[in-house]
Design a protein around this ligand. Structure first.
Ligand SMILES: Cc1cc2nc3c(=O)[nH]c(=O)nc-3n(C[C@H](O)[C@H](O)[C@H](O)COP(=O)(O)O)c2cc1C
Length: 170
């Protein structure tokens, strides 16, 4: 297959896949590194490279799951609280091998929307590299993302734009 045909196939095959579909197999380190370095090739104005992907695996990932679930509980009025949703939050994290926090570092050098756009392109590079390596993944943008800044250790000019779940497919 020529390059264009391979690219077309990967683009068309890319899907959002939920953690319940992932296998328990770990993502090999070399594949994870390839996925993360693909982000760095995204176009970005004035070379600000605004994306900051914070990588959560192992114990740090467990902590993230607990923080997300606790945040949901704190932020949800008791009348709207759903036990199933609460349990699903940490379950999704547990079933993922790796979770990325999609963070944007606003440089002030270009309009903010350009740094959001550049980061979305970096996420697409990650999505496509996951697809090519049989890694399931999806970008989730729950309300909780706006309340976990201290856990993520965000700086003043940074904002979380969601969580990116990843795990090997069978
Ligand atoms: C910026 C952005 C935010 C998203 N947030 C969510 C989300 O919060 N929950 C979710 O289930 N999917 C989310 N998605 C994934 C979309 O639901 C998914 O891309 C869409 O269903 C199309 O499926 P596909 O990716 O397999 O083509 C998001 C996608 C993008 C680009």
């Amino acid at each position: 297959m020529n390059e264009a045909a391979v690219l077309k196939q990967i683009i068309e095959r890319r899907r959002s896949i939920m953690p319940k579909e992932y296998s328990a197999a770990p993502i090999p380190d070399n594949i994870l590194n390839e996925i993360l370095s693909a982000a760095d090739f995204a176009p970005n104005h004035k070379r600000t490279k605004p994306w900051r992907f914070k990588v959560y695996r192992g114990t740090a990932k467990n902590e993230l799951g607990q923080v997300l679930a606790a945040t949901y509980q704190q932020q949800t009025p008791p009348a709207l609280f759903l036990e199933k949703k609460y349990l699903d939050i940490s379950d999704k994290v547990n079933k993922s091998d790796t979770v990325l926090a999609v963070v944007i570092n606003f440089s002030g050098l270009v309009p903010q929307w350009e740094e959001v756009a550049a980061t979305a392109m970096a996420v697409q590079n990650i999505y496509l590299t996951c697809t090519a390596n049989n890694v399931g993944c999806y970008w989730s943008t729950p309300e909780m993302k706006d309340h976990i800044g201290s856990f993520l250790q965000l700086e003043e000019n940074q904002k979380c734009y969601g969580l990116f779940y990843m795990g090997m497919m069978e």
